[in-house]
Ligand binder design. Structure first.
Ligand code: ATP
Ligand code: MG
Length: 335
C-alpha cells in the first residue's frame, strides 16, 4: 500500500514520542489504521495516536487518560507550590541532562487540604505545565471480588504507568483508596495493595511523577507521611482575601464577564471562609438566576447567592481547624 507522509521533522518527533509506551504491535496497528483511513499520515494524526493510546490505557479499567485542560495560570495563588513545580520543570524536560548533574526525576507530591480549594485542579495543571500525559488512578477500579485479582490490577496499573513514562500519575483522594488498610474488613486486600504501593513508591522504575491528593488526614495511613515517600507534602488552605479576588476574576472572565463591572471588594469581603469551588458555584448560580430574569449578571445577584450559601468551612469548622493544626507541624504551606 502506498501512503503519503506529510509530516515535518517536528511532527515526526511528536508522533514518535506519543507512540512511546506502546508495544511494537500496538504501534503498528495504530499507524496502519491511521494510514488506511485517508491514505496519508499527517499532523492531524498525532491527536488520533493520543486517542488510541488512551483507549489502550483505559482498557485496564484502573487508569484514566486525562487530556490537558487548565494550566497554572487558571489557578489563583498556590504560589509556593507553583514555584516548587516550576523549579523542577527543567529536570522533567531533560531528565538525562539533570541526571548527569546528579539530580533524579522527582518522585511526587502529596496535596492535603480543605475541600474545593484546588487540589484536583493543581494535579491537572502539573501535567499541562510540564507537557506530560496525565493518568488518573481510579481506586474503585482496583478492587475485585476474586482473590488475588485486586493486587494484580494494581500491579498492572503501575506497569502501565511506567510504560507510559514520563508521565504524571494522579491518585485522587488517596485516603479512600487505602482507607481500609490495617483493618480486617476486606480480608486484608487493601492492606496488601497498600504495602505493594508503598514499596512501588520506593523502588519504581521509570519517570512517574505522582500527585496524590487527600482531604482527610485521619484516614491517611501514617506511612505516607514518612520522609522519602513523596518529595514534599503541601497543605492547601482556604483562600485569603487577595486570592478570593483572583478567583472571582478568573471565573468571571472564564464566562465572558468583565470583572471590573463588579464590586469585587464587597464580594471578597462577603466570601470570607468560602472555598474556590464555592465562589465558582456562586457565580454559576448567579448566571442561572440572571439568565432566567433576562438581565446581566451583577454584584447584587452575586451578593444574594453568597448570602444563600453556607460554606463548608462553617459546617465543618472543627474538622478544618483540626486539619490546620495537624498540617502546621507536618506540611509545607502551598500558598
Ligand atoms: N485557587 C483557585 N483558583 C481558581 N479556581 C479555583 C481555585 N480553587 C478552587 N477553584 C475552583 O474550584 C473548583 C474545585 O476545585 P478542585 O476540584 O481542584 O478542589 P479540590 O481541592 O480537589 O476539592 P475536593 O477535595 O472536593 O476534591 C475548581 O475546578 C476551580 O474551578
Ligand atoms: Mg478533588
Amino acid at each position: 500500500m502506498k501512503a503519503e507522509v506529510k509530516l515535518s521533522v517536528e511532527d515526526t518527533n511528536r508522533l514518535l514520542s506519543n507512540l512511546k509506551g506502546l508495544t511494537l504491535t500496538e504501534a503498528e496497528k495504530i499507524i496502519t489504521r491511521l494510514i488506511i483511513e485517508d491514505g496519508a499520515l499527517d499532523a492531524r494524526d498525532i491527536g488520533r495516536v493520543i486517542d488510541a493510546k488512551r483507549e489502550i490505557v483505559e482498557r485496564e479499567g484502573v487508569l484514566e487518560y486525562y487530556p490537558a485542560e487548565e494550566g497554572m495560570s487558571d489557578i489563583a495563588d498556590l504560589s509556593t507550590l507553583k514555584s516548587w513545580l516550576s523549579r523542577r520543570k527543567e529536570i522533567i524536560v531533560d531528565p538525562e541532562k539533570a541526571s548527569r548533574f546528579g539530580l533524579s526525576f522527582p518522585k511526587g507530591v502529596l496535596l492535603l487540604g480543605v475541600p474545593g480549594c484546588g487540589k484536583s485542579m493543581a494535579a491537572k495543571a502539573v501535567a499541562k505545565e510540564w507537557g506530560l500525559p496525565l493518568l488518573k488512578m481510579d481506586p474503585s477500579g482496583l478492587y475485585n471480588k476474586y482473590i488475588g485479582e485486586s493486587e494484580k490490577n494494581f500491579r498492572r496499573a503501575m506497569d502501565t504507568a511506567e510504560k507510559m513514562s514520563p508521565v504524571v500519575l494522579w491518585i485522587d483522594e488517596i485516603e479512600k483508596a487505602f482507607s481500609a488498610a490495617g483493618g480486617a474488613e476486606d480480608g486484608g486486600v487493601s492492606a496488601r495493595i497498600f504495602g505493594t504501593f508503598l514499596s512501588w513508591l520506593q523502588e519504581r522504575n521509570g519517570d512517574v511523577f505522582i500527585v496524590a491528593t487527600a482531604n482527610d488526614v485521619e484516614k491517611l495511613p501514617p506511612e505516607f507521611l514518612r520522609k522519602g515517600r513523596f518529595d514534599e507534602i503541601f497543605f492547601i488552605d482556604l483562600p485569603d482575601e487577595e486570592t478570593r479576588k483572583s478567583i472571582f476574576e478568573i471565573h468571571l472572565r472564564k464566562r465572558g464577564k468583565d470583572p471590573s463591572r463588579f464590586d469585587l471588594q464587597s464580594l471578597v469581603h462577603m466570601t470570607e471562609g468560602f472555598s474556590g469551588a464555592e465562589i465558582e458555584q456562586v457565580i454559576v448560580s448567579g448566571l442561572y438566576t440572571s439568565y432566567s430574569a433576562k438581565k446581566e449578571l451583577d454584584t447584587d445577584t452575586l451578593t444574594r447567592e453568597i448570602s444563600a450559601t453556607r460554606p463548608l468551612s462553617e459546617i465543618m469548622a472543627e474538622k478544618i481547624s483540626r486539619l490546620r493544626e495537624w498540617a502546621a507541624e507536618r506540611t509545607v504551606s502551598a500558598h
